[in-house]
Design a protein around this ligand. Sequence first.
Ligand SMILES: NC(=O)c1ccc[n+]([C@@H]2O[C@H](COP(=O)([O-])OP(=O)(O)OC[C@H]3O[C@@H](n4cnc5c(N)ncnc54)[C@H](O)[C@@H]3O)[C@@H](O)[C@H]2O)c1
Length: 356
Amino acid sequence: MILPDQNCILVTGGAGFIGSAVIRHLIEKNVKKIVNVDALTYAGNLSTLSGQSQYDGYVFEQVNICDQDALRDVIKRHQPDAIMHLAAESHVDRSIDGPGLFIETNVKGTYNLLELVREESTSQKSGRRQIRFHHISTDEVYGSLGEQGLFVEDSPYQPNSPYSASKAASDHLVRAWGETFGVDIVVSNCSNNYGPYQYPEKLIPVVIHRALDEEPIPVYGKGDNVRDWLFVDDHARALVTVMQSGENGRTYNIGGDSERTNLEVVHGICNVLDQIRPREQGSYSSLIEFVTDRPGHDFRYAIDATRIKTELGWSAKETFESGLHETVSWYLNNQEWVVSVGGDGASSLRRGLGAG
Ligand SMILES: NC(=O)c1ccc[n+]([C@@H]2O[C@H](COP(=O)([O-])OP(=O)(O)OC[C@H]3O[C@@H](n4cnc5c(N)ncnc54)[C@H](O)[C@@H]3O)[C@@H](O)[C@H]2O)c1
């Protein structure tokens, strides 16, 4: 067990949606030193941590994980006890438009980190514990489910998009570095996240943005694709639990037992908006329109989170309804943030909205 008052945790991708939630949670737990390594791509914004940047033990390093020399320098200077690796290209539509960057960042970047952890661990024969490497991944590596069934940790890998294939590749590298080189690794695969500070190109923030701007809300296909939704703070808590208490070499699935079709999610957002920001023309749902589906659109993802619940004692606190209400309210109250980070899905060549 890593004790909060004596460790240094390095978080990659800490200026992104989930990484910033993890850093907020680590600060709540009074972790002594937190190093945020982020290249600040279009998806990374330090404003996600504006309230936390004054924390004494917080350090920001603007470094690209594809730059091994710069990464080595950061690891040598800060001597982390654990690395929580979240930095990634994460948007499925962008991976269809341009897969190369996903291979660079998600595969090569993860390889760089693993090599440095191996180097650092073998160079320290003095009895100091190894650097724990926690790889944060997605349920999309398991491919698509039919109407029934749930993903378990032993489900076969069947990624269908360049994004999920790049994450699957990185999961395999992490496992191999554990098995072959004895690196202390844990992997977690999580379902779709939602909550404050999600970059406004993903389903929930884009729907809110379009609805408030009185623009059409284009839903892929019939909107019947199913995702299992988890509030981001529940994920952040799960991640810190896995990093602290997960068994070396083990994988943990994380999910919120909240399956919803995309259309249900869009209607849910419209309902919350109808309550708290009613429009004269009637429900925001009238803005919904259906557009041609994207290629390789997985039908259903759903997680069996029994292992993390029974072995590590984690469970989600937020229901989908309460979390969605909180999320919509947050976006309404933080439109300045949305405008300051830019993006409303228009950066993608694809027109529709889907999740993950
Ligand atoms: N969002 C989800 O629903 C979800 C679900 C399961 C797993 N995940 C995984 O969680 C992680 C974080 O996802 P997110 O939604 O917060 O993503 P995000 O796109 O919001 O943030 C990614 C962060 O990584 C940084 N980054 C990207 N490329 C980098 C590079 N080469 N070097 C350094 N930093 C770089 C970005 O600047 C950004 O701050 C990803 O690994 C993703 O695969 C996400």
